[in-house]
Design a binder for this molecule. Structure first.
Ligand code: SF4
Length: 582
């Protein structure tokens, strides 16, 4: 029995105070993670709060299986998003989940705002508020992370989450980085940290839980572990999600040059295969994961005046960055791609949103909606990595209205300069890299966080393509709903979604039983649906209406592998999805 998982650490930044409360029901009935997080948000957050005010609340939560089984490695963050004004939800691995759990908590709630920059150190039961004034404004986020590690480093499991300059400057799509290569990327958690003057969070702990039925536990653990290192996860280890570049390109579903095209002449260069063969430096893994899908490329940059002297950097890559600051920007070489990535990492911004905004900027400039006056003398052009890096640098230190708006996302830019017809986003969140058919667009429209991971419509698109027919809207709505509901179980238990075929509902039920929770497969599915409905109910209180979306003209005019998307099909399916939530 894991009794510590019910502990919720509540931190009030306004008072530099903290205390611990118990929430058994959130972990027993909602499994932790997303399920517990939504309950905590409902409890602590006024849905009408300004996302960048002290009234916004951040919840970090882990699940009832954290620390007990492999690939249960994620931490869920929930907050009100400053990027689109709705529910902010972001997941990351690294050492974050295990560290929170070993510190003795199932969740951490952060409210209020500090008067001065601080970072918070959670060391088991003790919480320290460290003055971070000297770290505020440091140009490279990695430096701030290293200083925290030097001061508050401890051997064993410790997570260091921190924001960069983008978060400090309240760029609405700034991210929170953990362990250098993992990110709470989407929907602007970094800006919420920045608004609270919170530079980072260091969490350390040493507790564990006793196992009562050791024999049964070992048998189940071994079975799951064997599945984790089996052929189903091989692709994640070998090439990682970068493996998707070539198949999507072959399918003509790889968004290129701001979605103007769907195949890229340099797909081979940016492919997972080429990166692994010619650039891979090493792989790393989240704690308690035997897969190790995190691929790091090596970039060697020669010093101009020293013949055999190189600056060597390790840069994390996977499919979404290769799309968003690769094919979407017409980037021709791996080196150019890695240099953009280094800039993105340095300041802490969401790479998908950054790439989509740069793609829009390039087209807006070519069409004359903006000129050199707006871009500070830069002429953005597809393929010109140097120009994109300069644009990012200028956005971080904005000196005109254009760069201010660039830091607020596509909706802010199109409202001022026009060009919404080629601005690829839904509900204020920029699109991920799949133009496989209508289902993926519906995933972005209906998914609680408007992310491709909500219900993975690209898989349904490919099934429909093979069958040669679209599903009726009502049936498609049901499939997307059921997929998203089942994913709530996984994200509540904080199981990595790459293990979704390993952790069947039957296995999850057995895992829970070993730790004293008797939850049937059917009950798990009911819990998943309930969480999804509660998420959407909270979004509605924030002003969200699923049927009130704009379809970018670009999405409709550029054919998918199954042809052009019919807007009435999107609207009809979204209407059915909305009805399933009521
Ligand atoms: S598969 Fe990758 S993302 Fe998932 S837990 Fe393992 S290392 Fe982390």
């Amino acid at each position: 029995m894991d009794t510590f998982i019910n502990n919720v650490l509540i931190i009030d930044l306004s008072k530099h105070a903290y205390h611990i409360e118990k929430r058994e029901a959130y972990f027993n009935e909602y499994l932790g993670g997303t399920g517990a997080g939504i309950q905590l948000l409902k409890e602590f957050l006024d849905p009408k709060a300004d996302p960048l005010s002290p009234e916004n609340v951040i919840v970090f939560s882990v699940g009832t299986l954290t620390g007990k089984f492999p690939m249960v490695s994620k931490t869920v963050a929930l907050f009100k998003s400053p990027h689109n004004g709705y529910l902010g939800e972001s997941h990351a691995g690294g050492r974050s989940a295990i560290s929170i759990w070993q510190a003795g908590y199932g969740a951490i709630v952060i409210k209020g705002a500090s008067q001065i920059p601080v970072y918070v150190v959670i060391d088991g039961k003790a919480v320290h508020f460290r003055d971070a004034r000297a770290l505020w404004g440091v140009n490279d986020m990695a430096v701030a992370g290293r200083i925290m590690r030097e001061r508050d480093g401890k051997s064993g499991l410790r997570t260091i989450m921190r924001i960069g300059k983008a978060g400090e400057r309240l760029i609405t799509y700034s991210s929170l980085t953990t362990e250098t290569y993992r990110h709470f990327g989407r929907l602007g958690l970094g800006a919420v940290f920045g608004s609270k003057k919170l530079k980072g969070l260091v969490v350390t702990g040493t507790r564990t839980v006793p196992v009562e039925n050791k024999k049964e536990y070992k048998a189940l653990y071994d079975q799951i572990y064997t599945s984790c290192v089996s052929s189903s996860t091989k692709k994640y280890h070998e090439l990682g999600t970068a493996e998707n570049i070539l198949p999507l390109n072959a399918l003509s579903a790889l968004p290129t040059r701001n979605f103007q095209e769907t195949s890229f002449e340099k797909a081979e260069v940016l492919s997972g295969e080429n990166l692994a063969e010619a650039h891979l430096g090493r792989r790393v893994a989240c704690s308690h994961c035997p897969v190790g899908c995190i691929h790091l490329a090596v970039l060697r940059e020669k010093y101009p005046d020293d013949p055999y002297f190189y600056k060597t950097s390790f840069v994390c890559y996977d499919y979404e960055p290769l799309y968003s600051v690769g094919s979407l920007l017409g980037i021709q070489t791996v080196e150019a791609f890695l240099k953009i990535m280094i800039t993105v990492e340095k300041y802490g911004i969401d790479v998908i949103t950054t790439g989509v905004i740069l793609g829009w900027t390039t087209e807006a400039y070519a069409k004359g909606l903006i000129g050199r006056e707006q871009t500070g003398g830069i002429s953005p052009a597809f393929g010109d990595a140097g120009g994109y890096i300069e644009l990012i640098e200028k956005m971080i230190e904005p000196d005109n209205e254009f760069f201010e708006l660039m830091g607020k996302g596509l909706d802010a830019l199109t409202k001022r300069y026009g060009g919404s017809e080629f601005a690829v986003n839904y509900f204020g969140n920029e699109l991920s890299g799949y133009h496989t058919g209508p289902s993926i667009h519906l995933t972005h429209i209906t998914g609680a966080r408007h992310s491709h991971l909500d219900s993975a419509g690209y898989s349904i698109d490919q099934k429909m393509l093979r069958k040669g027919a679209l599903l009726p809207p009502e049936e498609l709505a049901k499939q997307l709903f059921n997929e998203e509901a089942e994913r709530q179980v996984l994200t509540s238990l904080v199981i990595c979604l790459f293990a979704r075929n390993i952790y069947t509902m039957e296995r999850v039920s057995r895992c829970l039983k070993l730790f004293g929770l008797d939850v049937s497969e059917d009950r798990l599915r009911e819990i998943g649906k309930k969480i999804l409905m509660e998420k959407n109910a909270l979004k509605r209180e924030m002003g969200f209406d699923m049927e009130n979306f704009t379809i970018p003209e670009r999405v409709l005019t550029v054919p998918t592998p199954s042809g052009r998307i019919d807007p009435s099909y999107l609207r009809e399916t979204a209407k059915h999805f909305k009805n399933l939530l009521l």
